[in-house]
Each structure stands twice: as C-alpha cells, then as structure tokens.
Design a protein around this ligand. Structure first.
Ligand SMILES: Cc1cc2nc3c(=O)[nH]c(=O)nc-3n(C[C@H](O)[C@H](O)[C@H](O)COP(=O)(O)OP(=O)(O)OC[C@H]3O[C@@H](n4cnc5c(N)ncnc54)[C@H](O)[C@@H]3O)c2cc1C
Length: 507
C-alpha cells in the first residue's frame, strides 16, 4: 500500500506543536493509516484488499477547549479541513478525511466534570468513553441510561454528534433527550454554549448541534440528565406467529403508556439464528429442521447457500415460523410488576406463546457481544453490514416487507424491531453476502445500500434512527430533509463559513 506524503508543511506542524506540545500531534504514516477510516463496513472491505482512499495529513490530541479553539483557528488560517474524532466507532464513514487535513481527536478531554445529585445532572467532557462515564455514575448509584452496543468504543461527543441511541432507549430516550446544555467550538473557532432546555426562551439550541456530525464544529462538553440506578429488573419473552401480529401487539402496549427498558422483536430468520432453542427449553423449536438449517447457515454451508439468497431467506422464514420478542423492565418494583403484567396480558390475549425469562436474560447477559460477530464472516469470505431505519407505526409493517424484498435477491437478510416509542419504532436489518473480490464486493455493497435507502424513502421511512448519515447516506439527504436542507445550509454558512468542518458528510 502506498501512503501519500502529507501535504502539511513543517512550519504548520511547528504551530500545532506550540498549541498541543510535542506529544500532542502526529503526522507519522502509521497514525495517518489508523485514522484513515472508522468502523464502517465498506472501509473494512477495502482494508481487506489494502485499499485506503483518504489519509489525514496530521492528527492532533488537544487537552482543553482552549487548545481545540486554537487548533481550529490555525486550520482556518491555513484553509485546512478539520475532522472531529471521538472514538472511530461510527459506521457511516463519518470520520473519513475525504479532503485530508487535520483530525482533531478529543479523547484526552475525558473528565467527568461535575455530578449534581440534587438535580440529577452530570457534566462531562466530550472525549469521555460511554462505558467510562456509565461506570463512574454506577459506582455512585446513578445511570445515564445510554447503552449503545458500542458502549466500550464510543465517546460521549461521538454519540451526541451522531444522535445515538442506547439499547434501553424506549425507557430513557435517545441521547438528544438527555442533553441539558453543551459547549462547542464552531468552524470559525468561536466557543458557543447553550443553556438549560427546561425553559421556553425561544427554541432549543442544543438540537442545532446534536446530530451535526462534526460539520458545524467540535462538541467539547455537555450536561446530561441522569437517573437513579434501577431498584429491580424483570425479564420476559414471548413468540408470535408472524411480524405483523407482533408489531401490532407492541404498538398497542406502547400506546398504553408502558415503558419497558427493552423490547426487541426478531423476524423469523433472526429468531432462528439468535434465539437458541436451549434458552427457551425447546419451546422456540417447532420441528427438528430449524437447528439443522441454523448449523448450515452458521458454518460451512453459508457460502453455498448464498448462491441463492432468495431461497435461503425464504427457507429461514419457512423453518422458523415464529417471531420472538424479548422484554426487560426496570425501575421501582411496583412499576416493574405492573408494566410486566400489562405487557404479558396483552401479548397472551393476542395469541403469543410465553417463552419465560430465559431468552431475555440470555440477551441481557450477551448484549454487547452480538455486534462483534462480523469478523468471522469477513474471515470466511463474506461481507456484512447493518441498516437501521425507522417509521411511524402505520408504516412499520410495509417498510419491513419492502426492505426484505429489496435486499433478498442479493444477500441473506434478517431484521429486528427495537427502540420502540408511542409513535413508531426502528427496524434494524443485518445482511450478509459473499465477498468475491474488491471490485465486485464494493459494487454489490453499493447496490444493496442504494436499493435499501430508496426503498426506505419510498415506503415513508427515515433513513437513520441512530447511526447517523456520515458519508454513506449523504446523497439521500435531499430526499430525507426536503426543504430542511436550505436551513442546514444557512447554519453551515454561519457556523462554518469556510466550509472546513468535516467536508463530504451529512450532505
Ligand atoms: C459494534 C458497534 C455497535 C454499535 N452500536 C450502536 C448502538 O447501539 N447505538 C448507536 O447509536 N450507535 C451504535 N454504533 C455506532 C457508533 O458507535 C455511534 O455512531 C457512536 O455515536 C459513534 O461514537 P464515536 O465516539 O466512535 O464517534 P466517531 O466515529 O469518532 O465519530 C462519529 C461522527 O461524529 C463526529 N464527532 C465525533 N466526536 C465529535 C465531537 N466531539 N464533536 C463533533 N463531532 C464529533 C465525527 O466527525 C463523525 O462524523 C455501533 C458501532 C459499532 C462498531
């Protein structure tokens, strides 16, 4: 692999060194290679074939808002693109330096600044890792309630910038629901701070910056609502005969005002692969074939079966014939008891089979593991990715059907519904296809995404519930935002007048 020479001059590096010190920056090739990609799967396909499209020229690790401000002002003076970097767990190419320039990685700004136990508010620097923040809160008896599957490898700033959702979002909300105020260094190097949102003094300025994906500036700290640690937890699981019935049941109990911490509905193929017959005491298995199909899909048979993905997807559905739903409730004992009863009564009335506690407990104990199953697939000559979209309840069943139909001819496709609210929920698709070479792999990857995004927009869905837009989905933002795009362009001109902040992302 040939790594192009950095375009920065020695004089520029000397100025960076003055701001962050000799160990606070690097233009070494190894560092430039490490920061050339995030965790997006297209970059993983390319990396497998030693293809790297874009390198940063220099990486800086500031320790304070003052240093961030000086770095941005320096970049403005030299007309150098700036890419804010949290932890690189983004899956949409959000940190890929498409125009080179300077990566500003805030991971050294990782302090929990204050914990206000009277008002239940925590203030922290944006480079703190989500797991580190949660650990510190839990040790004192609190929780943020934000548990993305990437909790060990995502920063607070990255979660805010990409509008992240944790696994318990149905109870605690998404990250944007937790923010009281934040601080950001804009693209012109000014520091802006927003005020507490519990007021009606105009509109909520926080929401201008949450989800801005580093295109307006660099978030340096935030204050967030926290909660007391839950006193108790309860687990239940059921299965329904099909997706439409399960979706309808979930809609009904969410609209009763129940707030389970976790609701995850798996489609037939996902049920077959993920919910083990052992964990349900055999209840999830209707006949002996399902385990055989599962073994074939999981091991050597997958490649052969992917010659005919449509058949594979159809047989998964045929042999499973059920959709598992797992629930976790948490909080005060009385509320947990009541919520569990209401949910279970409604599900059983609608024909669900009670699978007991085990599948839900099994999920809870392994909740951060499943996301890291991609490596074995890449090693065995496949590629995979996940597509998370969302819709209102009236559109969820059709969106699910259409997305499966669109992807089914090209890849193994399965989905679960999670992050459910009173007005709708998010569908999370996982696809797997054979990787037969760089060019054909990239082509197939792009085709699947193109079909998925167009299908989603056509079915009235939104193209992202929590992974954000990045580079991957930027070209669909005109359809997604409509007239909102003009407003964003004005904001961009105002906060990033030189258009140096994270070029090529979000639109
Ligand atoms: C295995 C796995 C599981 C995942 N599970 C989830 C999940 O459950 N829920 C979920 O929401 N996401 C999930 N993700 C996606 C990812 O973790 C989130 O998008 C997360 O918010 C990214 O955080 P990060 O710190 O790694 O950001 P990065 O990848 O570093 O950056 C993401 C974007 O935010 C910008 N950015 C980063 N920091 C700042 C800052 N301080 N100021 C301004 N802009 C900034 C970057 O420029 C980029 O555009 C998962 C990813 C992986 C790999």
């Amino acid at each position: 692999m040939l790594i192009e020479v950095p375009k920065v001059k020695e004089a520029f590096l000397k100025k960076i060194e003055k701001i962050v010190g000799p160990l606070g920056y690097s233009s070494k090739n190894l560092d430039r290679l490490n920061y050339a990609r995030d965790s997006s799967f297209k970059a993983t396909i390319q990396m497998k074939y030693a293809k790297v499209e874009h390198f940063p020229d220099v990486i800086a690790w500031p320790r304070s808002v003052d240093e961030v401000q000086k770095l941005v002002k320096l970049a403005v003076a030299f007309k150098m693109p700036v890419v804010p970097f949290g932890a690189g767990s983004g899956v949409c190419g959000g940190t890929i330096p498409v125009k080179g320039g300077m990566i500003i990685d805030v991971k050294k700004m990782n302090r929990l600044i204050t914990l206000d136990t009277e008002n239940l508010v925590v203030e922290a620097e944006s480079g703190i890792m989500s797991m580190g923040l949660e650990d510190q809160l839990e040790r004192r008896g609190y929780t943020l309630g934000h548990f993305p599957s990437s909790i060990i490898c995502a920063s607070l700033g990255g979660c805010l910038a990409a509008r992240s959702a944790g696994q318990l979002s149905s109870r605690y909300g998404k990250i944007e629901d937790m923010v009281l105020n934040l601080e950001m260094v804009t693209g012109s190097g000014e520091v802006v701070s927003t005020r507490n949102v519990n007021n009606s003094s105009g509109f909520d300025l926080n929401q201008l910056f949450i989800g801005s994906e580093g295109t307006l500036g660099i978030i340096t700290k935030a204050s967030l609502r926290i909660f007391p640690q839950p006193r108790t937890r309860a687990f239940r699981s059921v299965s329904f005969k099909d997706m439409p019935t399960s979706i309808e049941a979930i809609r009904r109990f969410m609209q009763l005002g129940v707030k389970p911490a976790v609701v995850r509905l798996y489609d037939e193929l996902d049920t077959l692969l993920l919910v083990s017959s052992k964990s349900t005491g055999g209840k999830i298995r209707e006949h002996g074939w399902s385990d055989k199909i599962k073994e074939m899909i999981k091991f050597s048979g997958l490649k052969a079966m992917l010659h005919s993905p449509r058949l594979l997807n159809a047989s998964g559905k045929f042999f499973s014939r059920q959709c598992a739903v797992i629930f976790m409730f948490e909080g005060h004992e009385a509320i947990v008891r009541e919520e569990k009863e209401m949910v279970m009564d409604l599900c059983l009335e609608m024909g669900a089979q009670d699978l007991g506690e085990k599948p839900a407990r099994h999920w809870y104990e392994n909740r951060y593991r499943v996301s890291y199953n991609a490596s074995p697939l890449f090693h065995t000559g496949h590629f995979t990715d996940t597509i998370e979209v969302a819709a209102s309840w009236d559109r969820v069943p059709l969106l699910y059907e259409k997305m499966v139909q669109a992807i089914s001819p090209h890849a193994m496709i399965m989905a679960h519904l999670s992050h459910v609210y009173t007005d709708g929920g998010a569908l999370y698709f996982t696809f797997v296809a054979p990787l037969r070479g760089l060019k054909s792999g990239e082509k197939m990857y792009d085709l699947i995404w193109e079909k998925a995004m167009k299908t989603c927009l056509g079915a009235g869905g939104t193209i992202s519930h929590h992974h954000g837009i990045g580079r991957l989905k930027a070209k669909y933002m005109t359809d997604e935002w409509g007239e909102g795009l003009a407003l964003y362009k004005e904001l961009k001109n105002y906060y990033d007048p030189h258009h140096l902040m994270n070029p090529g992302k979000l639109m």
